[in-house]
Design a protein around this ligand. Structure first.
Ligand code: NAD
Length: 436
């Protein structure tokens, strides 16, 4: 089958345990299960409960692209605005064959809770195009990005909806979105996207922000358990933006990175991997596989490897009720969005594993995206030290807010994080009232 054909084929999931997938791995249902729990503890009134259970807007667009061969291919793109009560919608765009509307809805909801949790004035959105960017040339990717942007252009804008990079999108893609939007508006609008190249209004520190945020909250969690970051043994799944930077920054703080994995496979060395050397390897070969100075392991083995901190930083639903009983880490820092299913949460809680939930752990990215948006709108740019210091202050405060709420209500950290976030969104709705 050609890559082009594969990119537009309906997604067929072949799983041995289909019922488990349906019940446990629907990301929107997984999000809703946690939301429901938090809503109950918050005593949300039934009307507000209904409002917050539904996305505000869901857009589906067909994205025609002329391939280099001259053939026309049509891709499906989504943009979901989940809730904008606290400010403009904020959320990344991913290019991936696994993108579905359910996934985009879940990711948009998570963005809503995440922005509220770190108390920045944004709502939540997310977008995606069902495609395989690894099978596309730069020209094809540019045409796809620009046509998708024009398809959703009415929703975009610094005051309405501000995209950022996510899986398989990067600064280059953000630059194309910014240019396309600006050409339509007839003037340059840098604040329409974040995660742009620094030369065109991006923020210093944005590229590293999610990994840096993970590092801060991991340090705080270790301290809470009476452990030092220096010498802590860390396993990281995913070696892209979030995973590789988290591994690099934690190693620089003296942690020992015992295992890493990407789509191509995993590597293990209980004495510690040489992260700068791995980064060089991946820069040249675009994958971890074949790296000679470590033992190969599978992604599944990585999750259950002996370590102090497990950082799932790849994709959703990797920690399930099947593998959760075998996880040996004391702390899980969720760099990825939705890496743990709701069923697995219960197992982790019973095992006493301290979970830094995704909407807290990976909020560093959107926090510095907020800084970027502020800098673009003010036309005044901060130095990197200022960005990192302000990021640290927000991440550390949010961590302690969540832990304090968990202690107060005797709930796990994920439910506490949802309670804090949903409570803030609900408070805004109550103050604004219902427009009728
Ligand atoms: P990326 O595309 O840069 O990297 C993804 C990495 O995960 C790659 O190394 C890929 O090979 C690996 N991977 C994919 N499937 C895997 C599997 N089954 N097993 C092992 N590795 C696998 O993406 P990213 O920006 O690093 O995002 C990773 C996660 O973090 C996503 O869930 C994303 O939504 C979330 N996130 C990203 C940001 C950000 O600023 N980039 C912010 C918040 C959350």
């Amino acid at each position: 089958m050609s890559d082009t054909a594969r990119a537009t084929e309906p997604r067929v999931l072949i799983r041995p345990d289909k019922d488990t997938f349906l019940a446990e791995e629907n990301p929107f249902e997984a999000m809703m299960e946690r939301f429901d729990h938090a809503a109950k503890l918050l005593n949300l009134d039934p009307g507000l409960y209904k409002v917050l259970r539904n996305p505000e807007k869901q857009i589906i667009v067909s994205v025609p692209v002329v391939r280099d061969s001259g053939e026309v291919e049509v891709y499906t793109g989504y943009r979901v605005l989940y809730n904008t009560s606290r400010g403009p919608a904020k959320g990344g765009i991913r290019f991936d064959l696994n993108v579905t509307l359910e996934e985009v809805k879940a990711l948009a909801a998570w963005m809503t809770w995440k922005c509220a949790l770190v108390n920045i004035p944004f709502g939540g959105s997310k977008g995606g195009v069902v495609c395989d960017p690894t099978a596309m040339s730069m020209g094809e990717l540019e045409r796809l990005t620009r046509r998708y942007t024009s398809g959703i252009i009415e929703t975009l804008g610094p005051d309405s909806d501000v995209p950022a990079p996510d899986v398989n999108t990067n600064e280059r893609v953000m630059a194309w979105i910014m240019d396309t939007y600006s050409m339509h508006k007839r003037h340059t609008v840098t604040a329409v996207v974040t995660g742009k190249p620094v030369e065109m209004g991006g923020s210093l520190g944005r590229r590293e922000a999610t990994g840096r945020g993970c590092t801060f909250v991991t340090r705080e969690a270790l301290a809470r358990l009476g452990m030092a970051l220096k010498g802590a043994r860390i396993a990281v799944q995913g070696f892209g933006n979030v995973g590789s930077i988290t591994a690099d920054l934690l190693a620089k703080e003296g942690a020992v990175i015992v295992a890493v994995a990407d789509k191509s496979g995993g590597l293990h060395n209980p004495q510690g991997l040489d992260v700068p050397d791995l980064l060089r390897w991946v820069r040249e070969r675009r994958q971890l596989a074949g790296y000679p100075k470590a033992d190969p392991i599978t992604g599944e083995e990585l999750l259950t490897t002996d370590c102090d901190v497990l950082v799932p930083a790849a994709t959703e639903n990797v920690i399930t009720r099947k593998n959760a009983p075998n996880i040996r880490a004391k702390i899980i820092c969720e760099g990825a969005n939705g890496p743990t299913t709701a069923a697995a949460d219960k197992v982790l809680e019973e095992k006493g594993i301290f979970v830094i939930p995704d909407i807290l752990a990976n909020a560093g990215g959107v926090t510095v995206s907020y800084f970027e948006w502020v800098q673009d709108r003010g036309g005044y740019f901060w130095d990197e030290e200022t960005v990192n210091r302000r990021l640290e202050s927000i991440m550390v405060k949010s961590f302690h807010d969540v832990v304090a709420l968990a202690d107060k209500h005797k709930v796990n950290t994920r439910i506490a994080a949802y309670m804090l976030a949903v409570g803030r969104v609900a408070a805004m709705h109550r103050l604004r009232g219902m427009y009728a």
